[in-house]
Design a binder for this molecule. Sequence first.
Ligand SMILES: NC(=[NH2+])NCCC[C@H](N)C(=O)O
Length: 404
Amino acid sequence: MNLRLNSEFGTLKAVLMHRPGKEIDRLTPYNKEFLLFDDVPYLEALQQEHDAFSNLIKESTGATVYQLRELLIRVLYDQKMLLQLMRESLKRSGMVHLAEDILERYSTAECAGILTAGLKVHELRRKIPKLNAGELMEFAFVISPCPNLYFQRDPMAITPGGVIFSSMRMEGRQREADLLRTIFENHMDFKDNIHQLYPVLGHDNPPSIEGGDVIILSQKAVAIGNSERTDEKAIYHAAKALLAEGTVERVYEVHLPQKRQFMHLDTVFTILDENLVLTYPDAMNAVLQTSLYTLKEIKDDKVHIKREVLKESLLTILEREIPHLEILHTAAGNPDYAMREQWFDGANVFAIGPRRVISYNRNIHTNRALRNMGVEVLEIPSSELSRGLGGPRCMTMPISRSRV
Ligand SMILES: NC(=[NH2+])NCCC[C@H](N)C(=O)O
């Protein structure tokens, strides 16, 4: 399985998801903002909705649905790997010295649970009564939880030219990228099939980039949002690696206002077929500027790229990149409904094949508009899933699709 994708809509063959677990129960009214949630979800209902989503994917496409937890446990049977990841995860609380003690007292599967759901001082004290937790209070996290892990789109991105491992901007999500990278670099289904584009080898503390900002426009063109989450420097390095690899010839940097409602480029538009794009009109208008990166030359092994600021609107650029483009507006352009549905990711549908999408059932006006355009819309329940402010595209990391 070669980890490259050449479209956003080729028939889905394999996808990675994460069934939400105990990490969700870590959310409280006091930490929810830091952990990037707008509410405190009800875990059981969230799991039911998520199961409905993953079952629908399996039934409608026959695709393999990988579960992050299973992949993680698999790679963590390598105790060296587990120790390394545990140490890494304990760095922020300054408790790296506890890594060996934790490994001794918890099984590998439990350790995987700790790495996703976090660990509190008083929980660890049950296993280690004489625990020395320094200045940490009993209810503090020794390892912070990852409640956004069900938004599998963001910790990495797969492009026509290879894989981008994210470096995540918000502190509440940074550990997610380590988990994904450990899986993909070590699991036997993936490790020999990765051409890593980002981070560039040797870069410690790489500038931030998140998967939700990366959209494949075509085999030859990729768009990356310069957003609340993705940094200009990261786009430069990712563009350079992509252009040097050679499959992709154009990388567009789309400047978005640094606002929560446009946190990633995929909150603004998604691609549903070779010539059909779903957009939220206000967000398209909010695009501040678009720049284009192309390859200048490769000389003495040095890659030189060129950046031009484009004068046209994002829509004009998309029309040039995608021949015979049809644009569909969320809620068929009705501004009141479009605004409401955007809040629950109306534009963020997940294409499981050309003109076949999975969408939140609550976005009724957008779903109707999609059907009127001849798109097959499969709906999933969305009362709880949507409280994390991400939609069906955000919750999926496609690993393999039919080539288009
Ligand atoms: N690709 C996306 N739009 N992801 C949405 C992620 C939502 C998540 N709560 C965050 O703020 O990071």
